[in-house]
Design a protein around this ligand. Structure first.
Ligand code: NI
Length: 256
């Protein structure tokens, strides 16, 4: 079995003391490839540096809606300077109306600007969304994000929301929160996503799956997410592992 963790933040301070051990445990858990996803300028540069140093790591560059307020005059062109062979996506970008850590108008502006840059760079989007539907889908449509496609990461909506994103050509990625008992609507959506449009991720160091839930998450635990989803969908774990592996390679245009 070979697993692909489509969303990690391995540059996080939490991983500094023992990153090599974390990567070793990932290997032992058959997690062969990972995308390190930036959320601001500095972390995007760190993600790219990590991907350059390690063959099995890939990078995404982008400014998270939480950090949208740190962008001066909407100028995200710094990120264009980071692009290269190991940069496989633009993200994470999107809207977060739940925590509202940046003013909504700023989130929207920085989101739209980055969709345009991703289209220019011909990179798929890694999209973050919380409490911002249907506005998010509307912006994706207006900015013609369907032309580059992408993935809605750490899906936390319901089936109608998933369905709207699938119609746009997007993939849906599930993280540890799908395993939480309170996640019924997410689980119902997870049962219906076509097998060729589903990805798995940890979003580590956040969102450690059940049963531990508390404490630092790490790529090795993507296995728990996969197992849970396979159970839910009543398919073989191996079969879902292959599907998510193939889907991730296809989306990020990585050779298997
Ligand atoms: Ni994330």
């Amino acid at each position: 079995m070979r697993l692909f963790d489509s969303h990690t933040h391995l540059f996080a301070r939490d991983f500094q003391p023992d990153l090599e051990d974390v990567l070793q445990r990932a290997r032992e858990a058959e997690v062969e490839k990972m995308v390190v996803v930036g959320d601001n300028f500095r972390h995007s540069a760190e993600a790219v540096a990590m991907a350059k140093a390690k063959p099995k790591l890939f990078a995404a560059v982008g400014v998270h809606p939480h950090d949208a307020k740190t962008v001066q005059d909407g100028d995200c062109s710094f990120l264009l300077g980071l692009l290269g062979p190991k940069v496989v996506a633009w993200g994470e970008v999107g809207l977060d109306y739940y925590r509202d850590l940046s003013p909504r108008s700023v989130q929207q502006e920085v989101f739209r600007i980055q969709i345009a840059l991703a289209r220019q760079a011909k990179l798929p989007l890694i999209v973050h969304e919380r409490a911002a539907q249907p506005h998010l889908t509307q912006i994706l449509l207006e900015e013609r994000a369907g032309e580059i496609g992408g993935v809605l990461h750490c899906f936390s909506g319901d089936w109608p929301q998933a369905s709207a994103l699938l119609d746009l050509g997007f993939n849906i990625s599930f993280a540890g929160n799908v395993t939480y008992p309170s996640a019924r609507p997410i689980q119902e959506a997870a049962m219906k996503i076509p097998t060729d449009r589903i990805l798995v991720e940890t979003d580590c160091p956040y969102l450690r799956p059940e049963p531990e839930r508390k404490g630092r998450n790490e790529p090795a635990f993507v296995r728990s997410v996969l197992r849970f989803l396979a159970d839910l969908r009543q398919i073989d774990v191996e079969e879902l592992a292959i599907a998510t592996w193939v889907n991730a390679h296809h989306l990020f245009k990585i050779k298997a």
